[in-house]
Design a protein around this ligand. Structure first.
Ligand code: GLN
Length: 486
């Protein structure tokens, strides 16, 4: 059952006010934040003012939309006017944006309430949220483990019930992988479906904003609210936005997936995978078949090249996007004797080590003499990866894979070895390279009780297929009803 819909009903029937609901979530934050550290900024006063406004509307007999009075967490790389937006970086520690991102503006127009800004890996670079310059976020299922990343704060906040739902951003897996690690639903929409205006850029040809929620229906509700053409984003798609909840499978039907053809990407089931993840996938396939779908193995031969390709393209774009942080226009400025010294000191002390590593890799890959060997080559491989997907979608409607090769790992386990950290996005990265929509939803637990995620990948703009299959699967299983003990 959709949490958003349940709260909406309570509001409309005047069983609970928006002020009460908001206060309940703020109290929950006070209670569990000392363990989770999901939020970088909590906007309690602003949230209560927004809630009061919704209550006045209800009292005046006005009709309210589904998201009115619903408390949300917002990843701290989305600009919020007048509210500090840090990207979990020292270089933006005191940055207060003079403008609002399109997605957060849309949500507040819909009456949604922002509880605060959630933690992330610095500039969304990472897979564990350990690259935050400010704090470590814990996994609600096991406080000694990471929540995944880079949207780890958003995923932990949803799993820990510190908000109804949250927004994250996904450049190579940053919504889906933390969703998988925290046992929630995470959707990366088709590239261009959701505006990037006001999302602090990491790798512009890959970045996409999307929801983290506790049910598939909540994800459909949020996507319907944030999707849509935006003239302020040059890559925004001019397409009609449907009500995504109309694609959800209606409960009670016997074989709701009759006629749906699903392909399991064979390259994702190889070695290096935690055995429990492979087992959970097998069981999920059986469930999908019992719902009427046909499931077959399908090869995307160049899938494995996604990771090396991404680690050329993403740092290249990042090196250009991050050139703007020079101590002049934004945030932090180091004391120095000369202009050049000011630039270098600001960047040397303002950026963390992973961000600097990526800037150096990207600058190298784009430099004259290496451009053809690295950047251009990577772009060609990107085209081939896309072609593999296109070919696969000629014979199936939807692709599936594990969301990540393992469940959540211990904090500190991979921080010394960037390459092993990069591997946790093996399954999600090719989806960004091809611009496709992908959703992760809970499909089991390992022996330590840590959640496992199932990834559904759709063709371009086929979020409808994802919602249909994900909702049918969710109805047939009870993973989403389990909650961590905090
Ligand atoms: N973990 C990947 C990276 O570090 C993906 C991050 C993301 O999707 N923002 O780049």
């Amino acid at each position: 059952m959709s949490v958003i819909r349940a709260l909406h009903r309570q509001l409309v029937n005047q069983e609970r006010s928006a002020t009460e609901i908001t206060q309940a979530y703020l109290d929950r934050i006070t209670q569990v934040e000392p363990q989770l550290h999901s939020y970088l900024t909590i906007t309690a006063a602003q949230a209560q003012a927004q809630a009061q406004h919704i209550d006045e509307k209800i009292a005046a007999g006005e009709e309210i939309g589904l998201l009115a009075g619903i408390p949300l967490g917002i990843k701290d790389n989305l600009c919020t006017q007048g509210v500090r937006t840090t990207c979990a970086s020292q270089i933006l520690a005191n940055f207060i944006p003079p403008y609002e991102s399109t997605v957060t503006a849309k949500l507040s127009q819909a009456g949604a309430i922002m509880l605060g800004k959630t933690n992330l890996d610095e500039f969304a670079m990472g897979s564990s949220t350990e690259n935050s310059a400010f704090q470590l976020t814990a996994n609600p299922w096991d406080l000694t483990c990471v929540p995944g990343g880079s949207s780890g704060g958003s995923a932990a906040a949803v799993a820990g019930q510190e908000c109804v739902a949250a927004l994250g951003s996904d450049t190579g897996g940053s919504i889906r992988q933390p969703a998988s690690f925290c046992g929630v639903v995470g959707l990366k929409p088709t590239y261009g479906l959701v505006s990037r205006f006001g999302l602090v850029a990491y790798a512009s040809s890959l970045d996409q904003v999307g929801p983290l929620t506790s049910t598939v229906e909540d994800a459909a509700i949020l996507l319907s609210a944030i999707a849509g053409y935006d003239p302020q984003d040059a890559t925004s798609l001019q397409v009609e936005i449907p009500d995504y909840t109309t694609f959800l499978t209606k409960p009670g039907r016997k074989k709701p997936l009759q006629g749906v053809k699903i392909g399991l990407i064979s390259e994702t089931m190889g070695e290096g995978m935690q055995p429990e993840v492979a087992q959970a996938l097998e069981v999920a396939m059986t469930t999908l078949k019992s719902l009427g779908a046909t499931v077959k193995d399908i090869s995307c031969p160049r899938f494995a090249y996604g990771l090396p390709t991404y680690y050329i393209i993403a740092p290249s774009e990042a090196s250009a996007n991050l050139a703007r942080y020079d101590g002049v226009n934004f945030g932090y400025r180091a004391d120095a004797e000369s202009l050049v010294e000011m630039y270098t000191k600001t960047r040397a002390t303002g950026f963390g080590s992973e961000v600097k590593r990526r800037i150096m890799i990207g600058t190298y890959a784009l430099s004259a003499g290496y451009y053809d060997a690295y950047y251009l080559k990577a772009q060609k491989v990107r085209t081939l990866i896309k072609a593999d997907f296109s070919q696969a979608f000629e014979s199936v409607d939807l692709l599936i894979s594990p969301t990540a090769p393992t469940t959540a790992f211990k904090a500190g386990e991979k921080t010394a070895d960037p390459l092993s950290m990069y591997l946790s996005d093996l399954m999600t990265i090719p989806v960004n390279l091809a611009g496709l929509p992908g959703l992760s939803l809970p499909c089991g637990f390992d022996q330590q009780g840590r959640p496992i995620g199932l990834q559904l990948i759709g063709n371009v703009l086929r979020e409808d297929q994802i919602f249909k299959v994900a909702s049918a699967y969710e109805q047939a299983t009870d993973w989403h009803t389990k909650q961590p003990q905090l």
